[in-house]
Design a protein around this ligand. Structure first.
Ligand SMILES: Cc1ncc(COP(=O)(O)O)c(C=O)c1O
Length: 399
C-alpha cells in the first residue's frame, strides 16, 4: 500500500478535514464499515444461543474476530475478552482482583496515567487499605527505572500505560513487566495508545492483564474494547459481571461458571463492534505496523521541528525515539481551547484540555495543552498546513 495515499482513499473524511485527533478516536476506513454493514444486512442475529443459521453465522464471525485479536496480541483465543473500551477493561481488572488484596499490599503505577488507569486503583486502595505508589519521572514523562525497581520490589500489582495520551512518551513496559514478574507482582498494561500504532505482544510485555479500545489505534468502531487475561488468572480473576452466557449450570440456589472466555462476557456482546474491530486489525496488518510507526515518526519529527522554529513550547520526550505520534503544546498566553478553535476555523481538528490526565497537567503546572495526534493516514502536507496556520497565529499573539 502507498502510504498515506492509499489509506486516505479508504477514508473519505481525510479529503475534507485535517484530522489530528487520533488519540481521542481515529477515523474509520471503508473495509471496517463494510464488515459491520455485512453483519447488520446479511446475518444479523445473536451469538451463542441460536440453532438457526443466522445465529450460527454471527457466532462464527464473532469468534473469528476473537481469533484475529488473539493472534494480533500473541495471546490465546480464550484469553481475549470483549469489553466496551479500555476504561471498562481496566475497571474490570480492579474489581475482579479485589479478593486477592490484603490491607497494606502495594500497587505501583506512574504519575502519567490516564484517569482510567488511576481511579480504579485509587478506589481499590481505599476500599482494601492498600498503598498506592508512583514511580518517579521527569517533566517529559520519562520514568526513573531505578526508582521503578525499588518500588516494584514486594509490590502486589504494577499498572502502567504503554504510551501517554498527554505527553506522547512511550514507556519501557517490557522492562517494567520483567521487574514485576521477577517480584511475583501482577502486571497490568493500559495499551489504549499503543495497539494499532506499534507492536503489542502480551508475552514480550509480560502482561497479565492488558486493555485497549477498538476505536483508537485499530481503526475499529466505538463501543468495543478488549481485555487480555493471562490464562494463569482464570481461577483467581473473579468475573465482575455474571448472568446470561457465563454459566455451565444454574439451580435456584446457585450456579457454576463456564470456561473462559464466555465466563467473562455477561450478556449479549457488541457483535457488530467485534466484527468491525477485527476488520480494523486486518486493515492495520495489511498496512504493516512498521509502516505506521515510520509514518507517524516522520510527522512527529516535522511537527516538533516546526514548533521549535516558531518557539512554541511542546511537551513529552525530546528524544523522538521515545515519542509516539502524539504532540502536546501550548501557545501562551492563549488558552488551549482558543488555539483549538482557531485551528478548527482552518479545518484542523486537534484536542485541547487536560486529556483525562489531570495529575500530569498539575505536575507541569499548566491547565491543559493543545494536542495534535496522528495515524498512518496523516500526511506531511497536512503538518505543513498546520504549521502555516500556527505561524500566523503566533504572529498575531506576539505582535
Ligand atoms: C492512555 C489511555 N488510557 C485509557 C483511555 C480510555 O480509553 P476509552 O475512553 O476508550 O475507554 C485513553 C483514552 O484516551 C487513553 O489515552
Amino acid at each position: 500500500m502507498k502510504i498515506p495515499e492509499d489509506v486516505r482513499k479508504d477514508i473519505p473524511l481525510t479529503s475534507e478535514v485535517i484530522y489530528f485527533d487520533n488519540t481521542a478516536t481515529s477515523l474509520t476506513p471503508k473495509p471496517v464499515i463494510e464488515a459491520m454493514d455485512e453483519y447488520y444486512l446479511k446475518y444479523r442475529a445473536n451469538v451463542h444461543r441460536g440453532v438457526h443459521r443466522l445465529s450460527q453465522m454471527a457466532t462464527a464471525k464473532y469468534e473469528e474476530s476473537r481469533r484475529v485479536v488473539a493472534k494480533f496480541l500473541n495471546a490465546r483465543f480464550e484469553e481475549i475478552i470483549f469489553t466496551k473500551n479500555t476504561s471498562e477493561s481496566l475497571n474490570l481488572v480492579a474489581l475482579g482482583l479485589e479478593e486477592l488484596f490484603k490491607p497494606g499490599d502495594r500497587i505501583v503505577t506512574t504519575p502519567y496515567e490516564h484517569h482510567s488507569d488511576l481511579l480504579p486503583w485509587q478506589r481499590l486502595a481505599k476500599k482494601k487499605g492498600l498503598k498506592l505508589e508512583f514511580i518517579e519521572g521527569d517533566d517529559e514523562g520519562n520514568l526513573d527505572l531505578s526508582d521503578a525497581e525499588r518500588k516494584i520490589k514486594g509490590a502486589k500489582l504494577v499498572a502502567v500505560q504503554h504510551v501517554s495520551n498527554a505527553l506522547g512518551v512511550i514507556h519501557e513496559v517490557e522492562e517494567l513487566g520483567k521487574m514485576a514478574k521477577e517480584e511475583g507482582a501482577i502486571f497490568v498494561v493500559d495499551a489504549a495508545q499503543s495497539v494499532g500504532h506499534m507492536e503489542v505482544d502480551v508475552k514480550k510485555l509480560h502482561a497479565d492483564f492488558l486493555g485497549f479500545s477498538g476505536h483508537k489505534g485499530p481503526m475499529g468502531p466505538t463501543g468495543i474494547g478488549v481485555l487480555y487475561v493471562n490464562a494463569e488468572f482464570f481461577d483467581t480473576f473473579e468475573p465482575p459481571l455474571i448472568g446470561g452466557g457465563t454459566i455451565d449450570d444454574v439451580e435456584l440456589c446457585c450456579y457454576t461458571l463456564t470456561e473462559p472466555p464466555e465466563r467473562f462476557e455477561a450478556g449479549t456482546p457488541n457483535i457488530g463492534g467485534a466484527i468491525g474491530l477485527a476488520a480494523g486489525i486486518r486493515y492495520i496488518e495489511r498496512i504493516g505496523l512498521g509502516e505506521i510507526e515510520r509514518q507517524e515518526h516522520r510527522l512527529v519529527k516535522r511537527i516538533t521541528e516546526g514548533l521549535d522554529e516558531l518557539e512554541v513550547p511542546w511537551y513529552g520526550p525530546r528524544d523522538l525515539k521515545k515519542h509516539a505520534g502524539v504532540v502536546s503544546f501550548n501557545v501562551p498566553p492563549l488558552h488551549p481551547h482558543d488555539v483549538a478553535a482557531v485551528l478548527d476555523e482552518h479545518g484542523i481538528m486537534v484536542r485541547s484540555g487536560h486529556h483525562c490526565a489531570l495529575p500530569v497537567m498539575k505536575k507541569l503546572g499548566i491547565n491543559g495543552t493543545v494536542r495534535a495526534s496522528f495515524h498512518v493516514y496523516n500526511s506531511l502536507e497536512e503538518v505543513e498546513r498546520f504549521l502555516g496556520v500556527m505561524e500566523e497565529l503566533v504572529k498575531g499573539v506576539r505582535g
